[in-house]
Design a protein. Structure first.
Length: 316
């Protein structure tokens, strides 16, 4: 993708937690804008003044902010030059942190992963160019490692509140998890639990974990008004050739997700059990769904797809 524009990217590229989602953007930007982009790790580089000065010196045409921490920078200072600012807020929260409102006048384009928030940002925060942009994944090598240790496991990677209680967002996930634990015991594994022996290494091991697990579970944080939002977990599962067992969420059909075609959808712990029982008895169907899910992710939901969507909106 040839361009005369210079790009700067603000994110974090460490190996822990959800931040792994942004590591793939480094590869995508490098491939699309060779020699005309730079990135700054906002969590690794704590001296924000230095980052601001380096960005000003680089004088990019576009600054792409991929993490809310990027709003800790003085965007008003950066905006004094030619730089156009693009903010991708990939989260489920109702409204932005206070730092967002401080710099709304600096943001030229905003992209949100929850359709329900778009009008709120336009009306309440006076941002005109607000667009929907779902989460995504980095297209993985077709050769994905396999680990037989997970072949009979149902895997989840995420935060589960200890005990079947919780707030409005996480409460349902926690209740469902502990309900299902009563049925599946040690076969149902949350690899993100602090007690899990290899927890510190899971994010580098996700390809093998998802590719090998009997079922890989997506249970999103939940509010009824969320529209089109799902964690990047679902795309990671499909991208790594996992068989995705996901809760239903509003707007999933628009993303190409189809029950029994490229994923397995449940609306309750009871339906979860029924679906697992059915597919346990039909392993050939599991493999068809697994393959279809992988094809959906790598063809429609990669960082490359999202970058092209951004460029279509901002005009290159």
């Amino acid at each position: 993708m040839a361009t005369s524009k210079k790009w700067a990217v603000i994110a974090t590229f460490n190996t822990q937690g959800r931040c792994t989602n942004w590591r793939g953007w480094v590869q995508v930007m490098r491939r699309n804008f060779p020699g005309s982009w730079k990135h700054w790790d906002i969590l690794e580089r704590r001296n924000h003044h230095e980052i601001e000065q380096e960005i000003l010196k680089y004088s990019p045409d576009h600054l792409l902010i991929l993490l809310a921490d990027g709003l800790k920078l003085n965007l008003s200072l950066i905006k004094t030059g030619k730089t156009k600012i693009i903010f991708y807020f990939a989260d489920w929260t109702d409204r932005p942190e206070e730092t967002v409102t401080q710099y709304t006048h600096c943001i030229d384009w905003m992209f949100l992963s929850n359709k329900d928030q778009i009008q709120t940002y336009k009306d309440l925060y006076r941002i005109n160019n607000v667009n929907y942009l779902p989460m995504s994944c980095y297209k993985h090598s077709p050769i994905i490692p396999y680990n037989p240790d997970y072949s009979e496991k149902m895997i989840f990677v995420g935060n589960i509140i200890v005990g079947p209680n919780g707030d409005e967002i996480h409460g349902r996930r926690s209740k469902w998890w502990w309900d299902l634990k009563q049925t599946y015991g040690d076969s149902l594994v949350n690899i993100n639990e602090p007690t899990y022996p290899k927890r510190n290494y899971i994010y580098d091991s996700l390809p093998a974990i998802y590719n090998s697990a009997k079922y890989s579970i997506n249970m999103d944080a939940h509010r009824p008004q969320m529209d089109g939002y799902t964690s990047n977990r679902i795309w990671a599962i499909l991208n790594f050739n996992g068989l995705c067992l996901t809760n239903y969420f509003k707007g999933m059909e628009d993303l190409g997700l189809r029950d029994s075609e490229n994923c397995i959808v449940f609306n309750s712990p009871e339906e979860f059990r029924r679906k697992v029982s059915h597919y346990d008895d039909n392993p050939e169907l599991r493999e068809v769904i697994r393959q279809n899910g992988w094809e959906l992710a790598v063809n429609m939901h990669t960082h490359q797809n999202r970058l092209e969507e951004i460029l279509n909106v901002i005009g290159g």
